[in-house]
Design a protein around this ligand. Structure first.
Ligand code: NZQ
Ligand code: ZN
Length: 385
Protein backbone atom coordinates (compact mmCIF):
# COMPACT_ATOMS: atom_id res chain seq x y z
CA UNK A 1 0.00 0.00 0.00
CA UNK A 2 1.30 3.48 -0.86
CA UNK A 3 1.53 6.32 1.69
CA UNK A 4 -1.55 8.51 1.68
CA UNK A 5 -3.41 11.39 3.28
CA UNK A 6 -7.17 11.14 3.39
CA UNK A 7 -9.28 14.26 3.86
CA UNK A 8 -13.00 14.52 3.23
CA UNK A 9 -14.85 17.27 5.08
CA UNK A 10 -18.30 16.84 3.47
CA UNK A 11 -21.16 16.23 5.91
CA UNK A 12 -23.72 13.79 4.49
CA UNK A 13 -27.34 14.32 5.50
CA UNK A 14 -29.02 11.14 4.31
CA UNK A 15 -32.61 9.93 4.21
CA UNK A 16 -36.23 10.64 3.47
CA UNK A 17 -37.46 14.19 4.20
CA UNK A 18 -34.03 15.60 4.99
CA UNK A 19 -34.33 18.76 2.86
CA UNK A 20 -35.74 20.81 5.79
CA UNK A 21 -32.39 20.22 7.57
CA UNK A 22 -30.77 22.59 5.06
CA UNK A 23 -31.70 25.43 7.33
CA UNK A 24 -29.44 24.05 10.09
CA UNK A 25 -26.38 24.01 7.86
CA UNK A 26 -26.53 27.33 6.02
CA UNK A 27 -25.68 30.35 8.21
CA UNK A 28 -28.83 32.40 8.94
CA UNK A 29 -27.32 35.63 7.64
CA UNK A 30 -25.96 34.05 4.42
CA UNK A 31 -26.88 35.56 1.03
CA UNK A 32 -27.60 32.33 -0.80
CA UNK A 33 -27.55 31.53 -4.51
CA UNK A 34 -29.56 28.41 -5.40
CA UNK A 35 -28.26 26.87 -8.63
CA UNK A 36 -30.14 24.30 -10.68
CA UNK A 37 -30.39 22.76 -14.16
CA UNK A 38 -33.45 22.50 -16.40
CA UNK A 39 -37.05 21.90 -15.40
CA UNK A 40 -36.68 18.67 -13.42
CA UNK A 41 -35.98 20.16 -9.98
CA UNK A 42 -39.06 22.37 -10.16
CA UNK A 43 -41.27 19.64 -11.58
CA UNK A 44 -40.43 16.97 -9.04
CA UNK A 45 -40.90 19.28 -6.09
CA UNK A 46 -37.26 19.48 -5.00
CA UNK A 47 -36.85 23.22 -5.62
CA UNK A 48 -40.15 24.04 -3.87
CA UNK A 49 -38.98 21.97 -0.88
CA UNK A 50 -35.65 23.85 -0.85
CA UNK A 51 -37.42 27.23 -1.01
CA UNK A 52 -39.63 26.20 1.89
CA UNK A 53 -36.64 25.11 3.97
CA UNK A 54 -35.03 28.52 3.38
CA UNK A 55 -38.15 30.63 3.87
CA UNK A 56 -37.29 34.03 5.28
CA UNK A 57 -33.63 33.79 4.18
CA UNK A 58 -31.99 36.00 1.53
CA UNK A 59 -31.92 33.89 -1.65
CA UNK A 60 -31.44 34.31 -5.37
CA UNK A 61 -31.81 31.63 -8.06
CA UNK A 62 -29.79 30.69 -11.12
CA UNK A 63 -31.23 28.04 -13.44
CA UNK A 64 -30.27 26.66 -16.81
CA UNK A 65 -27.06 24.81 -15.98
CA UNK A 66 -26.79 22.23 -18.75
CA UNK A 67 -26.00 18.52 -18.57
CA UNK A 68 -22.23 18.75 -19.18
CA UNK A 69 -22.18 22.26 -17.68
CA UNK A 70 -20.66 24.98 -19.79
CA UNK A 71 -18.12 27.62 -18.89
CA UNK A 72 -20.18 30.17 -20.83
CA UNK A 73 -23.34 29.66 -18.72
CA UNK A 74 -21.45 29.41 -15.44
CA UNK A 75 -19.68 32.72 -15.97
CA UNK A 76 -23.14 34.35 -15.94
CA UNK A 77 -23.68 32.96 -12.45
CA UNK A 78 -20.29 34.39 -11.45
CA UNK A 79 -21.46 37.84 -12.61
CA UNK A 80 -24.72 37.57 -10.67
CA UNK A 81 -22.85 36.64 -7.50
CA UNK A 82 -20.55 39.64 -7.85
CA UNK A 83 -23.45 42.01 -8.55
CA UNK A 84 -25.59 40.77 -5.67
CA UNK A 85 -22.71 40.13 -3.26
CA UNK A 86 -23.89 36.59 -2.59
CA UNK A 87 -21.81 34.47 -0.23
CA UNK A 88 -23.17 30.90 -0.13
CA UNK A 89 -23.93 28.51 -3.02
CA UNK A 90 -26.52 25.76 -2.94
CA UNK A 91 -26.51 23.29 -5.86
CA UNK A 92 -29.80 21.45 -6.46
CA UNK A 93 -29.44 18.71 -9.07
CA UNK A 94 -27.18 16.03 -10.48
CA UNK A 95 -23.45 15.96 -11.13
CA UNK A 96 -23.64 18.69 -13.74
CA UNK A 97 -25.23 21.25 -11.42
CA UNK A 98 -22.88 20.33 -8.58
CA UNK A 99 -19.79 20.44 -10.83
CA UNK A 100 -20.94 23.77 -12.27
CA UNK A 101 -21.42 25.17 -8.76
CA UNK A 102 -17.91 24.07 -7.77
CA UNK A 103 -16.49 25.92 -10.75
CA UNK A 104 -18.50 29.04 -9.93
CA UNK A 105 -17.28 28.83 -6.32
CA UNK A 106 -13.67 28.79 -7.49
CA UNK A 107 -14.10 31.40 -10.24
CA UNK A 108 -15.80 34.22 -8.29
CA UNK A 109 -12.66 35.61 -6.63
CA UNK A 110 -10.18 34.11 -9.06
CA UNK A 111 -7.63 36.56 -10.43
CA UNK A 112 -6.76 35.96 -14.07
CA UNK A 113 -8.39 33.91 -16.80
CA UNK A 114 -10.95 31.61 -15.11
CA UNK A 115 -10.57 28.98 -17.87
CA UNK A 116 -7.04 28.41 -16.55
CA UNK A 117 -8.68 26.72 -13.54
CA UNK A 118 -9.41 23.91 -16.00
CA UNK A 119 -6.19 23.97 -17.98
CA UNK A 120 -4.18 23.70 -14.73
CA UNK A 121 -6.67 21.09 -13.44
CA UNK A 122 -7.24 23.22 -10.35
CA UNK A 123 -3.61 23.67 -9.28
CA UNK A 124 -4.07 27.47 -9.28
CA UNK A 125 -7.23 27.51 -7.11
CA UNK A 126 -6.35 29.18 -3.81
CA UNK A 127 -9.85 29.73 -2.38
CA UNK A 128 -13.53 29.18 -3.14
CA UNK A 129 -16.95 30.22 -1.90
CA UNK A 130 -18.67 27.81 0.50
CA UNK A 131 -21.17 25.47 -1.14
CA UNK A 132 -23.70 22.82 -0.21
CA UNK A 133 -25.70 20.43 -2.39
CA UNK A 134 -29.06 18.70 -2.67
CA UNK A 135 -28.43 15.65 -4.85
CA UNK A 136 -31.12 14.43 -7.26
CA UNK A 137 -29.14 11.95 -9.38
CA UNK A 138 -26.83 9.27 -7.93
CA UNK A 139 -23.92 8.85 -10.35
CA UNK A 140 -20.87 11.05 -10.17
CA UNK A 141 -19.95 11.20 -6.48
CA UNK A 142 -19.56 14.96 -6.95
CA UNK A 143 -21.66 15.46 -3.81
CA UNK A 144 -18.77 14.20 -1.68
CA UNK A 145 -15.62 14.90 -3.65
CA UNK A 146 -13.46 17.79 -4.79
CA UNK A 147 -13.72 17.26 -8.55
CA UNK A 148 -15.59 19.06 -11.30
CA UNK A 149 -15.79 18.61 -15.07
CA UNK A 150 -16.58 21.65 -17.25
CA UNK A 151 -17.18 22.03 -20.98
CA UNK A 152 -16.18 25.06 -23.03
CA UNK A 153 -18.76 25.32 -25.75
CA UNK A 154 -16.79 27.62 -28.01
CA UNK A 155 -13.88 25.17 -28.35
CA UNK A 156 -15.71 21.89 -27.63
CA UNK A 157 -13.32 21.06 -24.81
CA UNK A 158 -14.27 19.11 -21.69
CA UNK A 159 -11.73 19.31 -18.87
CA UNK A 160 -11.65 18.36 -15.19
CA UNK A 161 -10.30 20.16 -12.16
CA UNK A 162 -9.93 19.24 -8.53
CA UNK A 163 -9.28 21.33 -5.44
CA UNK A 164 -9.80 20.75 -1.70
CA UNK A 165 -11.43 24.20 -1.63
CA UNK A 166 -14.49 22.93 -3.52
CA UNK A 167 -15.54 20.03 -1.32
CA UNK A 168 -19.21 20.66 -0.51
CA UNK A 169 -19.72 21.69 3.14
CA UNK A 170 -22.70 19.34 3.21
CA UNK A 171 -24.81 17.27 0.84
CA UNK A 172 -28.44 16.32 1.35
CA UNK A 173 -29.16 12.86 -0.06
CA UNK A 174 -32.88 12.09 -0.02
CA UNK A 175 -33.46 8.91 -2.06
CA UNK A 176 -37.10 9.86 -2.73
CA UNK A 177 -35.80 12.82 -4.78
CA UNK A 178 -34.56 10.30 -7.37
CA UNK A 179 -37.99 8.70 -8.00
CA UNK A 180 -38.65 11.07 -10.91
CA UNK A 181 -35.46 10.14 -12.79
CA UNK A 182 -35.92 8.82 -16.33
CA UNK A 183 -34.74 5.20 -16.75
CA UNK A 184 -31.93 6.42 -19.00
CA UNK A 185 -30.42 8.57 -16.24
CA UNK A 186 -30.68 5.80 -13.65
CA UNK A 187 -28.87 3.41 -16.02
CA UNK A 188 -26.23 6.10 -16.61
CA UNK A 189 -25.75 6.45 -12.86
CA UNK A 190 -25.28 2.72 -12.35
CA UNK A 191 -22.67 2.50 -15.11
CA UNK A 192 -20.84 5.69 -14.08
CA UNK A 193 -20.46 4.52 -10.49
CA UNK A 194 -19.48 1.01 -11.66
CA UNK A 195 -16.68 2.48 -13.77
CA UNK A 196 -15.54 4.82 -10.96
CA UNK A 197 -14.98 1.74 -8.82
CA UNK A 198 -13.22 -0.10 -11.66
CA UNK A 199 -10.81 2.76 -12.35
CA UNK A 200 -9.64 2.69 -8.74
CA UNK A 201 -9.64 -1.10 -8.44
CA UNK A 202 -8.59 -2.64 -11.70
CA UNK A 203 -4.91 -1.78 -11.92
CA UNK A 204 -2.32 -4.11 -10.31
CA UNK A 205 -2.33 -5.88 -6.95
CA UNK A 206 -1.12 -3.37 -4.33
CA UNK A 207 -1.88 -5.07 -1.01
CA UNK A 208 -4.83 -2.88 -0.11
CA UNK A 209 -6.91 -5.64 1.41
CA UNK A 210 -9.72 -3.42 2.68
CA UNK A 211 -9.75 -1.25 -0.46
CA UNK A 212 -10.06 -4.35 -2.69
CA UNK A 213 -12.84 -5.95 -0.66
CA UNK A 214 -14.62 -2.62 -0.34
CA UNK A 215 -14.46 -2.09 -4.12
CA UNK A 216 -15.63 -5.65 -4.82
CA UNK A 217 -18.49 -5.22 -2.35
CA UNK A 218 -19.63 -2.07 -4.12
CA UNK A 219 -19.39 -3.75 -7.56
CA UNK A 220 -21.33 -6.79 -6.34
CA UNK A 221 -23.99 -4.56 -4.81
CA UNK A 222 -24.42 -2.64 -8.08
CA UNK A 223 -24.70 -5.89 -10.05
CA UNK A 224 -27.26 -7.16 -7.55
CA UNK A 225 -29.51 -4.12 -7.46
CA UNK A 226 -28.87 -2.54 -10.89
CA UNK A 227 -31.70 -4.12 -12.89
CA UNK A 228 -34.14 -3.83 -9.95
CA UNK A 229 -33.37 -0.15 -9.43
CA UNK A 230 -34.45 0.43 -13.04
CA UNK A 231 -37.66 -1.57 -12.74
CA UNK A 232 -38.86 -0.30 -9.34
CA UNK A 233 -38.43 3.48 -9.36
CA UNK A 234 -40.22 4.02 -6.05
CA UNK A 235 -38.59 1.25 -4.04
CA UNK A 236 -36.98 3.26 -1.22
CA UNK A 237 -34.54 0.55 -0.11
CA UNK A 238 -33.19 0.11 -3.63
CA UNK A 239 -32.87 3.85 -4.24
CA UNK A 240 -31.23 4.40 -0.84
CA UNK A 241 -28.65 1.73 -1.52
CA UNK A 242 -27.99 2.96 -5.05
CA UNK A 243 -27.53 6.52 -3.80
CA UNK A 244 -25.05 5.60 -1.07
CA UNK A 245 -23.10 3.21 -3.33
CA UNK A 246 -22.68 5.93 -5.95
CA UNK A 247 -21.35 8.31 -3.30
CA UNK A 248 -18.92 5.74 -1.88
CA UNK A 249 -17.71 4.93 -5.38
CA UNK A 250 -16.01 8.31 -5.74
CA UNK A 251 -15.58 9.95 -2.36
CA UNK A 252 -11.94 8.86 -2.18
CA UNK A 253 -12.26 6.09 0.39
CA UNK A 254 -11.70 3.09 -1.92
CA UNK A 255 -8.77 4.69 -3.73
CA UNK A 256 -6.52 5.55 -0.81
CA UNK A 257 -3.03 4.09 -1.04
CA UNK A 258 -3.85 2.38 -4.33
CA UNK A 259 -2.74 2.94 -7.94
CA UNK A 260 -5.53 4.38 -10.13
CA UNK A 261 -6.26 4.34 -13.85
CA UNK A 262 -8.51 7.13 -15.15
CA UNK A 263 -7.81 6.44 -18.83
CA UNK A 264 -11.37 5.34 -19.62
CA UNK A 265 -12.68 8.63 -18.23
CA UNK A 266 -10.11 10.68 -20.13
CA UNK A 267 -11.02 9.10 -23.46
CA UNK A 268 -14.73 9.24 -22.56
CA UNK A 269 -14.59 13.01 -21.97
CA UNK A 270 -13.29 13.48 -25.53
CA UNK A 271 -16.22 11.43 -26.88
CA UNK A 272 -18.70 13.60 -24.98
CA UNK A 273 -17.01 16.83 -26.05
CA UNK A 274 -17.18 15.84 -29.72
CA UNK A 275 -20.34 13.76 -30.00
CA UNK A 276 -22.46 14.76 -26.99
CA UNK A 277 -22.75 11.16 -25.82
CA UNK A 278 -23.84 10.98 -22.15
CA UNK A 279 -20.83 10.64 -19.84
CA UNK A 280 -21.65 7.13 -18.56
CA UNK A 281 -22.33 5.87 -22.07
CA UNK A 282 -18.85 6.84 -23.21
CA UNK A 283 -17.41 4.79 -20.35
CA UNK A 284 -19.37 1.68 -21.36
CA UNK A 285 -17.84 1.99 -24.84
CA UNK A 286 -14.25 2.45 -23.68
CA UNK A 287 -13.84 0.30 -20.55
CA UNK A 288 -14.22 -3.21 -22.04
CA UNK A 289 -11.74 -2.47 -24.84
CA UNK A 290 -9.36 -0.83 -22.39
CA UNK A 291 -9.41 -3.98 -20.22
CA UNK A 292 -8.75 -6.17 -23.27
CA UNK A 293 -5.96 -3.93 -24.56
CA UNK A 294 -4.31 -3.88 -21.10
CA UNK A 295 -4.88 -7.54 -20.33
CA UNK A 296 -1.23 -8.29 -19.58
CA UNK A 297 -0.55 -5.22 -17.44
CA UNK A 298 -3.78 -5.83 -15.50
CA UNK A 299 -3.62 -9.63 -15.41
CA UNK A 300 -3.44 -10.08 -11.62
CA UNK A 301 -6.37 -7.81 -10.89
CA UNK A 302 -8.42 -9.08 -13.84
CA UNK A 303 -8.14 -12.62 -12.48
CA UNK A 304 -9.13 -11.38 -9.01
CA UNK A 305 -12.09 -9.50 -10.55
CA UNK A 306 -13.14 -12.62 -12.49
CA UNK A 307 -13.04 -14.79 -9.39
CA UNK A 308 -14.42 -12.51 -6.71
CA UNK A 309 -16.94 -10.43 -8.65
CA UNK A 310 -18.10 -12.84 -11.38
CA UNK A 311 -17.37 -16.14 -9.63
CA UNK A 312 -15.37 -17.42 -12.61
CA UNK A 313 -12.98 -20.20 -11.61
CA UNK A 314 -12.82 -22.54 -14.61
CA UNK A 315 -10.60 -22.42 -17.69
CA UNK A 316 -7.25 -20.84 -18.52
CA UNK A 317 -6.28 -17.40 -17.25
CA UNK A 318 -7.08 -15.84 -20.61
CA UNK A 319 -10.45 -17.55 -20.76
CA UNK A 320 -11.42 -16.33 -17.28
CA UNK A 321 -10.32 -12.78 -18.09
CA UNK A 322 -12.26 -12.71 -21.35
CA UNK A 323 -15.33 -14.16 -19.64
CA UNK A 324 -15.18 -11.43 -16.95
CA UNK A 325 -14.97 -8.70 -19.61
CA UNK A 326 -17.90 -10.25 -21.49
CA UNK A 327 -19.94 -10.33 -18.24
CA UNK A 328 -19.13 -6.66 -17.73
CA UNK A 329 -20.36 -5.83 -21.25
CA UNK A 330 -23.49 -7.91 -20.71
CA UNK A 331 -24.19 -6.05 -17.47
CA UNK A 332 -23.99 -2.69 -19.24
CA UNK A 333 -26.10 -3.92 -22.17
CA UNK A 334 -28.70 -5.33 -19.74
CA UNK A 335 -29.22 -1.74 -18.58
CA UNK A 336 -29.71 -0.73 -22.21
CA UNK A 337 -26.32 0.96 -22.39
CA UNK A 338 -24.48 0.08 -25.63
CA UNK A 339 -20.82 -0.90 -25.54
CA UNK A 340 -19.84 -0.07 -29.10
CA UNK A 341 -19.23 3.17 -31.03
CA UNK A 342 -21.33 1.80 -33.89
CA UNK A 343 -24.44 2.18 -31.69
CA UNK A 344 -23.92 5.94 -32.10
CA UNK A 345 -23.07 5.69 -35.82
CA UNK A 346 -19.47 6.55 -35.10
CA UNK A 347 -16.97 4.89 -37.43
CA UNK A 348 -13.24 4.58 -38.11
CA UNK A 349 -12.98 8.15 -39.46
CA UNK A 350 -13.74 9.53 -35.97
CA UNK A 351 -10.66 8.01 -34.38
CA UNK A 352 -7.88 10.32 -35.60
CA UNK A 353 -9.68 13.52 -34.53
CA UNK A 354 -10.28 11.97 -31.09
CA UNK A 355 -6.61 11.08 -30.78
CA UNK A 356 -5.79 14.66 -31.81
CA UNK A 357 -7.98 15.95 -28.97
CA UNK A 358 -6.28 13.66 -26.44
CA UNK A 359 -2.89 14.95 -27.60
CA UNK A 360 -4.03 18.58 -27.45
CA UNK A 361 -5.10 18.05 -23.82
CA UNK A 362 -1.87 16.34 -22.79
CA UNK A 363 -3.60 12.96 -22.36
CA UNK A 364 -0.63 11.10 -23.77
CA UNK A 365 0.58 9.07 -20.78
CA UNK A 366 -2.54 7.67 -19.13
CA UNK A 367 -3.16 4.75 -16.82
CA UNK A 368 -1.59 3.30 -13.70
CA UNK A 369 1.79 2.98 -15.42
CA UNK A 370 1.43 6.22 -17.43
CA UNK A 371 2.07 4.15 -20.54
CA UNK A 372 -1.24 4.53 -22.37
CA UNK A 373 0.11 6.54 -25.26
CA UNK A 374 -1.99 7.89 -28.12
CA UNK A 375 -1.14 4.64 -29.97
CA UNK A 376 -2.72 2.55 -27.23
CA UNK A 377 -5.77 4.86 -27.08
CA UNK A 378 -6.11 4.50 -30.85
CA UNK A 379 -6.11 0.71 -30.54
CA UNK A 380 -8.70 0.88 -27.75
CA UNK A 381 -11.00 3.02 -29.89
CA UNK A 382 -10.53 0.69 -32.86
CA UNK A 383 -11.50 -2.26 -30.66
CA UNK A 384 -14.65 -0.31 -29.62
CA UNK A 385 -15.92 0.27 -33.17
O1 NZQ B 1 -31.43 19.65 -16.25
P1 NZQ B 1 -32.48 18.97 -15.48
O2 NZQ B 1 -33.85 19.33 -15.90
O3 NZQ B 1 -32.27 19.11 -14.00
O4 NZQ B 1 -32.42 17.38 -15.82
C1 NZQ B 1 -31.33 16.57 -15.47
C2 NZQ B 1 -30.41 16.31 -16.65
O5 NZQ B 1 -31.05 16.50 -17.87
C3 NZQ B 1 -31.87 15.20 -15.14
N1 NZQ B 1 -32.19 15.02 -13.72
C4 NZQ B 1 -31.38 15.15 -12.64
N2 NZQ B 1 -32.02 14.80 -11.53
C5 NZQ B 1 -33.28 14.45 -11.90
C6 NZQ B 1 -33.40 14.60 -13.29
N3 NZQ B 1 -34.54 14.32 -13.96
C7 NZQ B 1 -35.59 13.89 -13.24
N4 NZQ B 1 -35.55 13.71 -11.90
C8 NZQ B 1 -34.42 13.97 -11.19
N5 NZQ B 1 -34.39 13.74 -9.87
O6 NZQ B 1 -30.82 14.30 -15.49
C9 NZQ B 1 -30.09 14.84 -16.59
C10 NZQ B 1 -28.62 14.55 -16.40
O7 NZQ B 1 -28.13 15.25 -15.27
P2 NZQ B 1 -26.56 15.42 -15.04
O8 NZQ B 1 -26.37 16.20 -13.80
O9 NZQ B 1 -25.90 15.90 -16.29
O10 NZQ B 1 -26.08 13.90 -14.84
P3 NZQ B 1 -24.92 13.29 -13.98
O11 NZQ B 1 -25.21 13.37 -12.54
O12 NZQ B 1 -24.69 11.97 -14.57
O13 NZQ B 1 -23.66 14.24 -14.23
C11 NZQ B 1 -22.87 14.15 -15.39
C12 NZQ B 1 -21.75 15.16 -15.35
O14 NZQ B 1 -20.86 14.90 -14.25
C13 NZQ B 1 -19.51 14.79 -14.73
C14 NZQ B 1 -19.71 14.28 -16.13
O15 NZQ B 1 -18.58 14.46 -16.93
C15 NZQ B 1 -20.90 15.09 -16.61
O16 NZQ B 1 -20.50 16.38 -17.02
N6 NZQ B 1 -18.70 13.96 -13.82
C16 NZQ B 1 -18.32 14.49 -12.65
C17 NZQ B 1 -17.52 13.83 -11.76
C18 NZQ B 1 -17.12 14.41 -10.47
N7 NZQ B 1 -17.45 15.66 -10.20
O17 NZQ B 1 -16.46 13.76 -9.67
C19 NZQ B 1 -17.00 12.49 -12.04
C20 NZQ B 1 -17.70 11.81 -13.15
O18 NZQ B 1 -16.82 10.85 -13.68
C21 NZQ B 1 -18.16 12.70 -14.26
O19 NZQ B 1 -17.10 12.97 -15.15
ZN1 ZN C 1 -17.67 9.20 -14.32
Amino acid sequence: MQNFEFYNPTRIIFGENTIPKLADHIPTEARVLILFGGASAERNGTLPAVRKALEGRFTREFGGIEANPTFETLMKAVELIREEKLDFLLAVGGGSVIDGTKFVAAAVDFEGDPWSILTTHGANVKAAMPLGTVLTLPATGSEMNSFSVITRQSTREKLAFGSPHVFPRFSVLDPTRTYSLPVRQVANGIVDSFVHIMEQYLTYPADGLAQDRFAEGLLLSLIEIGPKVLKEPENYTLRANFMWIATLALNGIIGVGMPEDWSTHSIGHELTARYDIDHARTLAIVLPSMLRARKDAKRGKLLQYAARVWNLHEGTQDERIEAAIVRTEEFFESLDIPTRLSAYDIGEDAIEPLIGQLEAHGMTALGEYADITPDVSRRVLQMSL
